[in-house]
Design a protein around this ligand. Structure first.
Ligand code: SAH
Ligand code: AVI
Length: 325
């Protein structure tokens, strides 16, 4: 588990320079329901905390998706003859290695493009992968995937575009469709899209995954306030905000909030002071849970069709293979 006591002041600047951040934060904190985009979780420490979340007993998505990938990738890569893996929100690329191993097994692996907003993290991942996969070209791309994919000019085809971990669920439906439309536009005939989606299931199980007993998810949630401190000079007191995560049965999603424990005022240079009433919250993340119909609908809206969908027999999690419609 990462050192949770580390302070923000000792950390170097490691995020993608983002001139729009102040405007985005100002807009989100001015809304009736204060809101911040989840991409601001992921500085180096946030990425490490997410890695710790994936190892928690309560957090089922990562291990379920890993099992599905292990069972399917050798056969699928042999069938597709994939030469390039392009991965959105790659993080530490732990599960990507299952795909890369299967590509290496066919002798066709040429290029891996991990795309992530967490700059230091993705370059460390790339350096490690170059050591593990000699002969594979690894070209990391630092990009906010809600804006661009920042792909290399030359991509050996066929390519597999992957978006794992159900990160798609962290985007509101219009943004998710825009993102998949961008992926679709980058695809050529013969390319495929592999999407990991968490599926609807017992609510208690979902809520436990976002309220772990060790408090790692709470630390991950609060880390966003340290990112704002570090990037914008904000003076949030993380201890004055409590982690809250609950399932919305109508929208079929977990919502994560940071709840102000008291009436307080926060200063961000360049903005008017931000006032919090006691009990008022900032929504920091949604994590949508899907079913077959909702996935088919957003695939269709993005110009994609479902080609295959094997499922884990015990934990509902979907690994969906798509192609241009
Ligand atoms: N794919 C990995 C990591 C998931 S965590 C897995 O399945 O375990 C989500 C990842 O997406 C993080 O590494 C985060 O930095 C990245 N991310 C989140 N929002 C992003 C955005 N808007 N643009 C690019 N990357 C983003
Ligand atoms: C990255 N993303 C898919 C995770 C999720 O489950 O929505 C982020 C996360 N938030 C809390 N725990 C994990």
């Amino acid at each position: 588990m990462p050192n949770l006591a580390r302070t923000s002041s000792t950390r170097p600047v490691e995020r993608v320079p983002n001139p729009g951040m102040l405007a985005e934060v100002a807009e989100g904190l001015a809304a009736p329901q204060k809101e911040l985009p989840p991409k601001y979780f992921y500085d180096q420490r946030g990425s490490e905390l997410f890695e710790a979340i994936t190892r928690l007993p309560e957090y089922y998505p990562t291990r379920t998706e890993r099992a599905l990938l292990s069972g399917w990738m050798p056969e699928l890569m042999a069938q597709l003859g994939t030469r390039t893996l392009i991965e959105l929100g790659a993080g530490n690329a732990e599960k990507s290695r299952i795909i890369l191993d299967a590509m290496r097994g066919t002798g066709l692996a040429e290029l891996y493009v991990p795309i992530d907003v967490s700059a230091t993290f993705v370059s460390q991942t790339a350096a490690q992968l170059r050591r593990e996969y000699p002969g594979l070209t690894v070209e990391p791309a630092v990009a906010d995937i809600t804006v661009e994919l920042n792909l290399p000019r030359r991509i050996p085809r066929p390519a597999l575009f992957a978006f794992l971990g159900s990160t798609i669920g962290n985007f509101y439906p219009p943004a998710a469709i825009r993102l998949l439309t961008r992926v679709r536009a980058a695809m050529e005939p013969g390319d495929r899209f592999l999407l990991g989606v968490d599926l609807r299931k017992d609510i208690a199980r979902i809520e436990a995954a976002y309220n772990d007993s060790q408090g790692v998810t709470a630390a991950f949630n609060r880390n966003m306030l340290l990112v704002l401190h570090h990037e914008l000079g904000a003076d949030f007191d993380p201890e004055a905000f409590q982690h809250r995560a609950f399932y919305d049965t109508v929208a079929h999603r977990i919502e994560m909030h940071l709840v102000s424990t008291r009436h307080q005022m926060v200063t961000i240079p360049g903005l008017d002071p931000i006032v919090f009433a006691a009990g008022e919250s900032i929504r920091t993340e949604i994590s949508t849970k899907y079913d077959r119909e909702s996935v088919a609908a957003f695939f269709a809206a993005a110009g994609l069709r479902i080609v295959a969908w094997p499922r884990d027999p015990t934990t509902p999690f979907g690994l969906v293979l798509g192609a241009p419609a």
